[in-house]
Structure formats: C-alpha cells, structure tokens
Design a protein around this ligand. Structure first.
Ligand code: SAM
Length: 268
C-alpha cells in the first residue's frame, strides 16, 4: 500500500515530514522490525515510517496529536489488524496503559523537536516499558544525549538518559530529506535499555543531586549542593567538592546519591 499524501505542515506541531526513501530505509534497518515486536511510533504524521512498519506485521501503536493526520492514518490502515492509533498528545499520554499491554517495547519516531527533550526525560524514567528507542532528533539534542563528562554538550539530559541506556549517535540527516526542510540539523540516535536494578530511594537522590548541581552549572558542588550535602560529606564520597556539575561522571553522581541516602538514614 502507498502511504498517505504529504499534507500541508503545521509548524506549531513540529511537522517536518520525511520524504527521503533512502533515509526511511536506513531508519527501518536500525529498528529491525520483527513480527513479534511491539512498536510504539510517536508522531507517525503522514506515515513515512508507519507504512514500512505495518508491513512487517509487528504490533504497531501510533500516537498522533494532529486530528486530521490521525483520521487519515486510521482510515488508511483500517484493514491492518496490527495497527492501532491513539489520537493523543504524547506529553499527556498515560504510558502505564501501554506497560499493561506489554513490556520491552521498541519506541520509535521522527520526533517533533519542540517536545523531544522533556519527552525523552520522561521516557528514560519509564525504562521498564521499553527495550530500545530510535529517534530522529535535533542534532544538538543528539549530541547532548551522547556527550561525555567535561564536554560542552554534557548536562542533565546526558546524565539522566545515559544512566538508563546505552546511547549511540547513528547518523545525520540532511534538511533536504524533509518537507518542509527544518531550520536545524537532524540526527538519529539509538537507545538500548540498560538492565540494572537500583534502589528507588537512590534514584530519588540521584535525580535531586543532578538537578541541583546543574541549576547553578558554573558554581562548585560546595555551593550548589549546600542544602543537601555539606562539603565534608561530598569528600567522604571521594568527590572533590570544588568540582563543577559538568565535570562529574555518572558513576560519581551515583556515589553522591548513595552518600545522600546514607546520611538521610543517620538522621532518622
Ligand atoms: N513521522 C512523520 C515523518 O517522519 O514524516 C512525521 C514526523 S513530524 C517531525 C512530527 C509528528 O509528530 C507530526 O506528525 C506531529 O503532528 C506529531 N506531533 C507533534 N506533537 C505531538 C505530540 N505532542 N504528541 C503526539 N504527536 C505529536
């Protein structure tokens, strides 16, 4: 079946439709859809990826906020039993309902760039939902997701995402591959879920410490963590309290979270 025609793009919904068959094939190769897979597609749009995915007989759950596109796709795939579309805003969508249906989802999408960062922050906290995610993103976000400590792009997003997944920067996609062409550069990123079990209490401290440290990025940990961990306690975790947020590795943030949990227990 041919995919639906490319509609007029709605800018406020971040609509840049992929029109390059070679890039579509490259992304599908990365997704490696299999008929036993459960795949969530975020923002299927005019079906550039959807068309290829539906053919593999994998179970496809698509979430599209645009009423017109949602209706077109629902009608177009009315005879495909493996395709289900939710007309919904992914930012308000209850991911728990999908978790009840299955775990180990592959989540894919050429994401609307305006919601990519908060959406990924949310998805990485739902790691038990998915095994793999493959997204087209603004190149700058792709660089932040894969950045290492002490580099310019390293920040809260890098840390929170890399703590939950092995993330690989795959390839860049030219603006000419879209209609209309986006004003920013684009890249594909792949997330493979890390299978680690953690104490949820440590997760709470980890999140809090990273947030506090980056809220005053240029300040030392002594200053930024003052209300949570005094400098001498930071030292007890083998971390130099004169360090700045961007110089700490994920393992070092992990040590601080563990220390914060220990301290909280002694205060009980
Ligand atoms: N997947 C299509 C493609 O590759 O051509 C469209 C990609 S376009 C960059 C982003 C898509 O996400 C659009 O279809 C847009 O309507 C949809 N979208 C935007 N915001 C959304 C949201 N909050 N929830 C669900 N879909 C959204």
């Amino acid at each position: 079946m041919k995919r639906p025609a490319i509609p007029k793009a709605k800018k406020h919904l971040g609509q840049n439709f992929l029109i390059d068959d070679y890039v579509i094939a490259q992304i599908i190769q990365l997704i490696k859809p299999h008929h036993t897979d459960h795949i969530i597609e975020i923002g299927p749009g005019a079906g550039a990826l959807t068309e290829q995915l539906v053919h593999t007989k994998a179970a496809i759950t698509a979430i599209e906020v645009d009423r017109d596109l949602a209706r077109t796709l629902t009608e177009h795939y009315a005879d495909a039993p493996n395709f289900k579309l939710h007309h919904a805003d992914i930012m308000n969508f209850d991911l728990g309902t999908l978790q009840k249906q299955s775990t180990g989802w592959k989540i894919v999408g050429n994401l609307p760039y305006n919601i990519a960062t908060p959406l990924i922050m949310d998805l990485v906290t739902h790691r038990s939902l998915w095994s793999e995610m493959i997204f087209m993103l603004q190149k700058e976000v792709a660089l932040r997701l894969t950045a290492k400590a002490s580099t310019r792009s390293y920040g809260r997003l890098s840390i929170m995402a890399q703590r939950q997944a092995d993330i690989t920067y795959k390839f860049e996609v030219s603006a000419a591959s879209f209609s209309p062409p986006p004003k920013v550069e684009s890249a594909i990123v792949q997330f493979q879920s890390l299978d680690v079990k953690r104490n949820p209490k440590i997760d709470v401290y980890f999140e809090k410490i990273v947030r506090l440290a980056f809220s005053t990025r240029r300040k030392t940990l002594t200053n930024s963590l003052r209300n949570l961990l005094p400098a001498d306690v930071i030292e007890q975790a083998d971390i130099d309290p004169r360090s700045r947020a961007e110089n700490l590795t994920i393992e070092e943030y992990e040590k601080l979270a563990l220390k914060a949990l220990e301290v909280s227990k002694t205060l009980l």
